[in-house]
Design a protein around this ligand. Sequence first.
Ligand SMILES: [Zn+2]
Length: 257
Amino acid sequence: MKLINTHAHLDLLNDPAAALDRAQKAGVGQVVTVGIDLDSSRRAADFSRELPGVFCTVGLHPHEAAKASPKLWGELKRLALTASAVAVGECGLDFYRDLSPRHLQREAFAAQIGLALDLGLPLVVHDRDAHAEVLNTLAKSGAERVGGVVHCFSGDASLAAEVVSLGFSLGITGVITYKKSDELRSLVKTVPLTKLLIETDCPYLSPEPYRGKPNEPAYVSYTHQALAKALGITPEEVASVTTDNARRLFSLPHMED
Ligand SMILES: [Zn+2]
């Protein structure tokens, strides 16, 4: 069963087409490339048209929240429709780096939840040191209706349970391969298998043994292996379940095996 890498930033790679080739050879059949502002959302849309097996999202990352304007939301919406985006995001709150003022992060997050509800698309959520507020915002705004993924999940088991009870999934990155990630390796066992997705967040967060080097879509296979080991089930089973999960959440077409 081929893998689906549910979170990549192809526009930030040196040679996206070559990286995608290596991903296909490593058994990664589909890649969701994620927009972080209008420009990168447009590039994600282009990749989804030009490269087989690539699907795009459109969104405004919390770091970029100061770029928000009514015009930008209109353009993102149009882009989502014309490019058949599979999700809205990445959006959310980042109170760790605080690169945009928090009130603007909140406005941009709310606007994108509204857009996702309007378009009937799931959300790709970024949450860094803002766990309680991200969950409250999702719960209060009825985001459960469209669901989505809390990408690069970094909370504890009780937060994982809340994310799942809201109908959202957890995105597992190469962080699960790191020595210090015992908590993550044990909490994945408490999450229903149907709520786990695998992703790279490339070019960031390279898994072991590539930690410190640029990440690329193919390396989701290391996350896949580490997740299987943490769960104590076979890699084949993890591939089949996470691929089904991604397909269901993002309404992706079936792949030939
Ligand atoms: Zn990302």
